[in-house]
Ligand binder design. Structure first.
Ligand code: B12
Length: 235
């Protein structure tokens, strides 16, 4: 087992104003100092740094080193949770900025993490990127029951729904949720995307999804393609 190291984003200096430093934000996310993560993200916004640069160069490095330590079982749930809270303190500030950069509403997307699964960093990033691409995203959070996905998709006349799952034990609920859409007579009214680290294109085909995204960029590309394809109308 090797001790994970901080991966400093290559070329970050060119993407930041002169004299800027990210080290304190990397440290804050790593150690879970959410108050500093919030205030440093505010300073980065005030310094006019592109929100995507704040995400990639400012917030991710400290998160990633802890994620590697969690995977290596060097740290455990409490430490990982406080890092996730610090990451989310920054995400909450850049989310409205990226959404405001979108030009026009493209469609409605209902997003959530499936039943039994508490992981929400990845789906929050997909949400932010979808909003930035112009989607109206209703994010249902984590541990979402299939009935809740159906209820909200129906109420919002969703064009697309997305199911995130990070555990090999919860990916199964992506398939269950798709089956529940089928049983409710709504399967052909929405495009369904699945994602999350243990998922693959093969899994997406097997569980009956319309698409799979390895990351937020691919998720957005896919959503933009699918939203153009006709579906059965909501009543
Ligand atoms: C952070 C984390 C936690 C945090 C979650 C905090 C939070 N608010 O999210 C806490 C500490 C709570 C946690 C708990 C647990 N975790 Co955990 N966790 C992680 C960790 C370190 C990072 C996950 C993450 O956020 N990645 C970063 C994001 C950006 O990546 P992502 O989620 O993959 O998302 C991207 C893509 O997948 C895609 N995507 C994601 N969703 C969607 C959806 C759609 C529709 C699309 C198209 C694309 C898409 O786009 C995203 C952005 O690019 C991973 C290990 C790792 N390095 O990945 C383990 C990991 C997922 N956890 C694991 C485990 C085992 C657990 C626990 C069971 C531990 C325990 N013993 O209790 C619990 C489960 C709790 C529960 N019921 O959910 C295992 C899962 C193993 C497995 N295959 O099942 C992992 C892989 C660690 C490991 N190797 O042991 N965890």
């Amino acid at each position: 087992m090797s001790e994970p190291v901080l991966k400093i984003p290559e070329g970050w200096e060119e993407r930041a104003p002169e004299g800027w430093e990210w080290q304190t934000l990397w440290d804050a996310v790593e150690t879970g100092d959410h108050e500093y993560a919030h205030s440093r993200t505010e300073e980065a916004i005030a310094a006019d740094i592109d929100p995507r640069v704040i995400l990639d160069d400012g917030l991710f490095p400290g998160f990633n080193i802890q994620a590697d330590r969690f995977t290596e079982q060097i740290i455990f749930i409490p430490e990982m949770l406080i890092t996730a809270r610090a990451m989310k303190a920054g995400l909450a500030l850049i989310r409205p900025l990226l959404a405001a950069m979108a030009e026009k509403p493209v469609g409605t997307f209902v997003m959530g993490t499936v039943l039994g699964d508490m992981h929400d960093i990845g789906q929050s990033i997909v949400t932010i990127m979808l909003e930035n691409a112009g989607f109206n995203v209703i994010n249902l959070g984590t541990d979402v029951h299939p009935d809740k996905f159906i209820e909200v998709a129906e109420a919002e006349k969703a064009d697309l729904v997305g199911f995130s799952a990070l555990l090999s034990t919860t990916v199964y609920y992506q398939q269950v949720t798709i089956e529940e859409f089928q049983k409710a007579g709504h399967r052909d009214k929405v495009h369904i995307l699945v994602g999350g680290a243990p998922t693959t294109q093969d899994w997406a085909d097997q569980c009956g999804a319309d698409g799979w995204g390895v990351d937020a960029v691919q998720a957005v590309r896919l959503a933009l393609d699918l939203v153009k394809e006709p579906r059965e109308a909501w009543a």
